[in-house]
Design a protein around this ligand. Structure first.
Ligand code: FAD
Length: 509
């Protein structure tokens, strides 16, 4: 008999995994893996998670979703990174009030590393994000990352998407079912655990017992299989990442021509931050905060103040979560993907990308020969390291801030709240900038470029003075910075606006 997979959960993680594995494991072919997804409409999905990472383009292409589908069905817009306001200094304080983390990596002229030259002052006074690539200026001008004539998923400027999470789950569902996935709407009432600690089957309210070779837990925070049934512990990161609550609203655009911002805008607050995501017809705006540092009423007031009078008639959702992850995500014949596996907080959109990489690994490590333990060991080792590194990257945004205007910021810079692994990285970067030797392409979601954008956006000092004389190409670097400036002007003059590209994608398949 062929191999069978049962996925429990039909949120973004469940349907993304189903659609992706259906293609990679040939669910529609006789020798392929039969995939069934069970989801409970009574329980429903979380339905937030509107910002993504550039990896999503390859994932969606594999699943078979076009950009036109994405715009038409999910209100998608083009995302070129994140803009961070007031993370370094509180509003009103002297100094730069924002920086960006664009997806485009630094331009290099004939392999010349520009960052040391910028650190030594050859790039002028503008911030690193502005001098190293044209993307910040182009996105500030609401430009899209590409021309309408560029094919799906291809562009001169690196990008991802913003989209409506509920609509995306529905689109992913339709594609997965078209690729051969069996869809069952039912509630799992019991998970049977065998004597050897593996899952022996899952009982559903109306469809009886389902069995499979591999069970994938995409049940969100409930973690019905990996947590409740198998008892695999969740490791909290609350001592490092304090945010544990969110209030979310959907804000209609003022008018049909309001520019659609091509970044996620993250504005720091006294006890957290506000996300602002521009979709085609509305914005998704939410306040993420630490309940130990503020209360819900004060957090709501901050969110309403941010949105302004338009917030008066809007519905609001409240979500609780606990930053953390499981150190074991593949146990025997069960793999956790999505929120059941771990979640830190919305900053830097690490949620969906973790589902993407986990689904990719399951496809590569699928135990065709029954070799569960070998696959599990590799999966767990890589995912654990990924979680630790992503935790450190998110913490970086907080822990080098100069803000001291609330307990939240005081606590965030306290040395005890910073993992040893992050202390180690910061020590390295006092006298040299992050380079490729600091990241592992097999593991890290964020490259050295991402660490550089956040570090230098936050005003981190890397002292190169002892070897300033060894940088002999200052003139070439200055020419390269001038070339980036010209590229930015060209991009602003020639690229369509985010809204124009969205409208084009809507009308052209
Ligand atoms: P859910 O959406 O909760 O789905 C769980 C599924 O399991 C549902 O279908 C449910 O019905 C089913 N289920 C549960 N129990 C049973 C049962 N007993 N029987 C049958 N079915 C069951 N990520 C990003 O990448 N970018 C972002 O910008 C981002 N923002 C976020 C903001 C907030 C405030 C939060 C909390 C998260 C955010 N995330 C973000 C994370 C993102 O929302 C999740 O990664 C994504 O929604 C995946 O969720 P999921 O599918 O794991 O869980």
């Amino acid at each position: 008999m062929g191999r069978r997979v049962v996925i429990v959960g039909g949120g973004t993680a469940g349907w993304l995994t189903a659609g992706y594995l259906a293609k990679r494991l040939a669910a529609d072919l006789p020798g392929g893996v039969a995939i069934t997804l069970v989801e409970s409409t009574e329980i429903g999905i979380l339905g937030v998670g509107e910002g993504t990472f550039p990896t999503i383009r390859k994932t969606l292409a594999t699943i078979g979703i076009s950009e036109s589908d994405l715009v038409r069905h999910c209100g998608a817009s083009f995302k070129q990174g994140a803009k961070f306001a007031h993370w370094r200094h509180a509003p009103g304080a002297a100094g730069p009030d924002h920086y960006t983390h664009p997806f485009q990596v630094a331009a290099q002229d004939d392999g010349l590393e520009l960052l040391p030259y910028w650190l030594l002052g050859h790039g002028g006074t503008a911030n690193w994000d502005e001098v190293c690539s044209p993307q910040k200026k182009a996105a500030d001008a609401h430009r899209a990352p590409k021309l309408p004539s560029h094919p799906d998923y291809v562009a001169p400027l690196n990008y991802a998407y913003h989209f409506d999470a509920v609509a995306l789950a529905a689109l992913l569902r339709d594609r997965a079912v078209a690729s051969g996935v069996t869809h069952i709407v039912d509630t799992v009432t019991e998970v049977i655990v065998d004597g050897d600690g593996a899952i022996g089957g899952i009982d559903t309210a109306a469809h009886g017992r389902l069995t499979a070779d591999l069970y994938i837990d995409c049940t969100g925070f409930r973690a019905e299989l990996i947590g409740r049934a198998l008892g695999i512990p969740y490791r909290s990161c609350r001592d490092v990442l304090f945010c544990d609550s969110a209030l979310a609203m959907q804000v209609p655009h003022r008018d049909a021509q309001e520019p659609i911002v091509s970044y996620t805008v993250a504005t720091a607050q006294e006890a957290g931050w506000v996300w602002d995501i521009g979709l085609d017809r509305r914005r998704g705006v939410g306040h993420v905060y630490s309940s130990a540092h503020t209360d819900d009423a004060a957090a709501e007031a901050k969110l309403r103040a941010y949105i302004g009078p338009a917030s008066a008639d809007l519905d609001m959702r409240k979500i609780r979560f606990e930053a953390g992850y499981r150190e074991v995500n593949w146990h025997k014949n069960c793999v956790a993907i999505g929120l059941s596996s771990g979640f830190f907080e919305p900053l830097e959109a690490t949620g969906i990308v973790f589902s993407e990489v986990a689904a990719g690994m399951v496809a590569n490590l699928f135990p065709w020969g029954g070799d569960y333990e070998t696959s599990a060991r590799q999966f767990n080792a890589v995912m654990l390291k990924r979680y630790e590194r992503a935790r450190d990257f998110i913490k970086l945004h907080y822990c080098i801030s100069e803000r001291r205007d609330s307990d939240f910021w005081h606590d965030n810079v306290a040395a005890a709240s910073i993992p040893d692994s992050l202390h180690e990285l910061l020590d390295r970067w006092r006298f040299r900038p992050p380079t490729e030797i600091d990241v592992d392409a097999n593991i890290d979601i964020f490259t050295e470029a991402s660490w550089q954008y956040v570090l230098y956006g936050m005003g981190w000092t890397t002292d190169l003075s002892a070897r300033a004389g060894t940088y002999r190409h200052a003139e070439a670097a200055r020419r390269a910075f001038a070339a980036v400036d010209r590229q930015a002007a060209y991009a602003i003059a020639n690229l369509p606006s985010n809204r124009q590209l969205i409208e084009h994608a809507r009308h052209h398949r």
